[in-house]
Design a protein around this ligand. Structure first.
Ligand code: DAK
Length: 262
């Protein structure tokens, strides 16, 4: 499939490679419109279905990961259009269907829906130029793709309230201190760093990676005891996989494991 608002590539060397998605509406600072969201959804599902892909990286431009949903496309919507269809609803949840690890490599602005998109990824790596925020309040609206839910879980209620109620942006260092991003790297090496993390992940056992995602998301979305119970069941179930046999045997034989993702 050919895309207009994103670029897709396969990167890496090993048996499992990285699916790289670059948001590509630079003139609009990668504002997320319906076409971009459709293409992003299609690309994510294609990489998810491809057995040769272990991990997915989503990135933007130097200036913007994404400056939010496309305000020009939203400005004149009525309630029924917003509720029943159009870009506002479609494909925002697709990323949650992806069971492979997804890394957001963020440089420049990650605002509104851009920050919400990054927060739906499993790991956020930030360039030192990154700026995160939920400025919807300045537009007379509120976040609509999880910002009021995921931001407090990521940075705590106090900072989330301040950011949400004022629309202030925070820089990469502050975002790392607050727990929103995994790591800050120099802007010039952002993509290389993200691809290096992805390459590390690509060497690991696919089923175990999926189960870690499921367990962490379970704990994140429910209570501790439910999460711990899920984790125990997943841990036990991995004793039915070849990769567990291989991983533990390789450790005992002092060699590198050769995972076959089953
Ligand atoms: N939408 C459309 N165009 C945008 C845009 C956006 N979000 N952000 C920037 N642009 C466009 C600008 O209009 C400008 O276009 P031209 O004038 O050149 O034609 C171009 O990108 C460059 O922007 P600036 O000239 O403004 O550049 P600056 O460096 O001066 O400022 C900025 C950069 C990022 C601070 C500024 O552009 C800005 O404040 N942008 C708006 C940020 C914002 O308010 N974002 C939140 C939007 S609301 C939902 C899913 C998602 C959402 C809601 C519901 N559901 C699933 C229900 C999400 C909502 C939002 O994100």
């Amino acid at each position: 499939m050919s895309y207009e608002c994103i670029l897709t590539e396969v990167r890496g060397e090993g048996a499992r490679k990285t699916g790289l998605i670059t948001l590509n509406r630079p003139k609009q600072l990668n504002a997320l419109n319906g076409q971009l969201m459709d293409e992003l959804g299609a690309a994510l599902l294609a990489f998810e279905a491809d057995e040769g892909i272990g991990c997915i990286v989503i990135t933007g431009s130097e200036k913007a990961f994404a400056a939010g949903a496309d305000i020009a496309a939203m400005a004149t919507l009525g309630y029924m259009e917003a509720y029943t269809g159009g870009f506002i609803t479609r494909n925002w949840e697709t990323i949650r269907q992806v069971r492979k690890p997804v890394i957001a490599a963020v440089a420049g602005f990650a605002l509104g829906g851009g920050n919400e998109l990054a927060m739906m990824c499993d790991i956020i790596l930030a360039a030192d130029t990154a700026k995160f925020g939920q400025p919807e309040i300045k537009l007379g609206t509120i976040p609509g793709a999880g910002g009021t839910q995921r931001l407090p879980r990521a940075v705590g209620k106090a900072k989330a309230m301040e950011l949400l109620l004022t629309g202030r942006m925070m820089g990469a260092e502050e975002a790392e201190r607050a727990g929103l991003v995994a790591r800050v790297v120099p802007a010039a090496s952002l993509l290389d760093e993200a691809l290096a993390v992805a390459a590390q992940i690509n060497e690991l056992s696919g089923p175990s990676l999926m189960m870690i995602k499921e367990c962490v998301n379970e704990a994140y979305e429910s209570g501790l005891s439910t999460g711990v119970r899920t984790e125990r069941h997943m841990f036990q179930s991995l004793f039915g996989t070849e990769d567990q046999r291989e991983g533990m045997a390789a450790f005992l034989e002092k060699r590198k494991p050769a995972f076959r993702h089953r």
